[in-house]
Design a protein around this ligand. Structure first.
Ligand code: VGL
Ligand code: ZN
Length: 198
């Protein structure tokens, strides 16, 4: 509905940010996002486009200590997930990350949760050093880490494209994903689909 049918020229100054495509967020994982596996193939198509143009590709990952405050056993909301250096925290094997991908680990201290790839990670400095002005953001989950990463990027004055065909929501409440998408768009993110990119 909000997706403009225009084409988008991917060019110098653009970067792809892939959010948290980790085993624990996919079916079979401890915090599986419904339909989360469906975004992997689409993200691979985005990766191809950015790789062919030699543009930066960033992959964020949830990288929690065993006693992280977001875990139910430690007073938080979630089952234990994405514990650093475990299988659940590994990137999905089907995701074709290039060898020169920049990996951004987040929420790695016990007492702080961080849904945004910008929070305490140096991502902003990385993007600035690469001359990035526009970011293309997709991954998991729409209503948590994608939402907060997009809002922070907008606040830091990046132009943001939301990869509408490459996000899925947790939906603790049924409409959380839709509400998150609307919020991102209201704040200035432009929704796109892979076929619009050239
Ligand atoms: C996320 C819930 C807990 C996410 C991370 O990546 O969206 N969601 N930790
Ligand atoms: Zn987490």
């Amino acid at each position: 509905m909000n997706t403009a049918a225009k084409t988008v020229d991917v060019q110098t100054g653009d970067a792809l940010i892939i959010v948290d495509i980790q085993n624990d967020f996919l079916p079979g994982g401890s915090l599986a996002v419904p339909g989360g596996d469906a975004v992997v193939a689409v993200l691979n198509d985005y990766i191809d486009i950015f790789e062919r143009k030699a543009l930066p590709i960033i992959a964020t990952r949830d990288w929690h200590p065993v006693n992280h405050c977001s875990f139910q056993a430690h007073g938080g909301t979630w089952p234990s997930h994405c514990v650093a250096n475990t299988h659940g925290a590994e990137f999905a094997p089907g995701l074709h990350l290039p060898p020169d991908v920049t990996i951004i680990s987040k929420a790695a201290t016990p007492e702080l949760d961080a849904y945004s790839g910008f929070q305490g990670t140096g991502l902003d400095a990385v993007l600035r050093s690469l001359g990035v002005r526009r970011v293309f953001v997709g991954g998991l989950a729409t209503d948590y880490c994608v939402l907060n990463t997009v809002l922070d990027a907008l606040e830091q004055q990046y132009h943001v494209f939301l990869l509408n065909d490459a996000v899925r929501a947790v939906n603790l409440e049924p409409d959380d994903g839709v509400r998150a998408q609307n919020t991102m768009i209201e704040q200035g993110a432009l929704p796109v689909q892979c076929r619009q990119l050239q």
